[in-house]
Design a protein around this ligand. Sequence first.
Ligand code: MTE
Ligand code: MO
Length: 513
Amino acid sequence: MAPAVTREGGRLEWAMAGVGAGLAGLAVSYAAGVLLGRGSMVVVDLADLVIDSTPGPVAHWAIELVGAWDKPLLVGGIVLGILAAFVGTGLLARLAWWAPLLVVVPVGALGAVAAAAGPDGLLAGGLALMAGLVTWLVVLGWLTGPLTPTRGPATVDRLRVHRRLLLRAGVVAVGAGGVGAVGRMLDSGRRRVEETRRLLRLTQVTKPVVPASYDLGLEGLAPWQTPNEEFYRIDTAITVPSIDPEQWRLRIHGMVEREVEYTYAELVNRRFTEAWITLNCVSNEVGGDLVGNAWWSGVRVADLLAEARPLPGADAVLQTSADEWTCGTPLEALTDERNALLALAMNGEPLPLQHGFPVRMVVPGLYGYVSATKWLVDLEVTRFADFDAYWTDLGWAEEGPVKIASRIEVPAGGDEVPAGEVVLAGVAWAQHTGIRGVEVAVDGGAWQPAELAGVPSADTWVQWRAVADLEEGDHVVRVRAIDANGEVQTGVERSVLPDGATGWHEREFSVRG
Ligand SMILES: Nc1nc2c(c(=O)[nH]1)N[C@H]1C(S)=C(S)[C@@H](COP(=O)(O)O)O[C@H]1N2
Ligand SMILES: [Mo]
């Protein structure tokens, strides 16, 4: 006869094990999120998702019904839901080792959707979520270890089982509490700096109004001024550095007559320069969106370098960030008339943390990887021959002047548009040189000039627009730009490595009768 299988512990013990494991998972997911620089918790993203996906009338009805209690009730409901999920895994574990997955997998799927919709994107959110889910399962297995079915004569010492369970529960509680506390501590630094940033008043910073002539205002065309929340973000930082401006220093040293150091307050009290500058990434593919245009406010770096007095023979500045990313910039690009900036503000607000708070470099005409150091703390005047920087060390070119580029945004790819006059539109850029013209070619025909919108300087992108009379069927449009020196954008296709992509952007769409 097969020995009887005994499941030790009552439902309550299994349920408690589920709750303990779930709380441990929450603590780990929270701490992992903090480490990954997330501004929000996955659980909070989940609440947001519930709110956002509640149909308007239902939400209205619910709010009407419960009045000012809507927020506490929502939070209470979510807490109850989470507790129910935790209890559920415990009870299911009592039936079969794999049964908790019936809860954990759907929760993971919901969490992934919520994280993707949340402010920090799927990657950081997904990793934090995974860390939490794995912890949940592993701790559940461990906590229920003493309760696991024993085969053979049921002569189990109930008291011993109970004691072992309590001991493990204690270990989990202390561990989860510790992990949660460390997460909170790490996060408090970021929250404090966010708060300091919010309270900063940079009196010299203005908020610009975009002249109507710069923005064609077409549906589907990116706005001429890129809002901070939509500005692309590229960096190697896993945790976004949070730097208290009071503690921040910029040191200028190396091949200089006089080493100098500046505080944030010293920069704030200098004369500010403001400019529209389009920034783009060397990794931007033809037609890609790693490019944005903002109003930057700050101090001319040429003036600070002049105070340090570079020595003859120096041709480069090695920039270092608080997180020890480095890049090398030609000394000339930082000292010529182009107004390279130590930016303190972006679009009229102190720099967002992800974009380099409190101070970053912005150099018109150079790709970000050789110029646009965020969280900047150190400038070493030196020679290109004497150093390797982060990306040049990995095979990217030492010098990264921006290449002429143009992009089609209207019609959107795969669009179906009505026959007749079809509007084509997009942007083109060649910072520090400027764009003289943009041309489009439909279905491999002759290049036709597009109209250009206005721009304040050679340092920004320019919107373009053209109209083509097209018949029903599939079409393809290509674009190329001509810079202010008369150089025509090449159609030769090259990949982004080592110094930026080339080639013409094209777009397919169809016209219906
Ligand atoms: N500290 C630091 N600064 C950095 C980087 C980085 O990885 N670390 N990436 C650079 C690159 S490659 C680009 S394209 C720009 C992007 O700036 P953004 O994220 O504000 O758009 O920042 C530059 N500055
Ligand atoms: Mo970049």
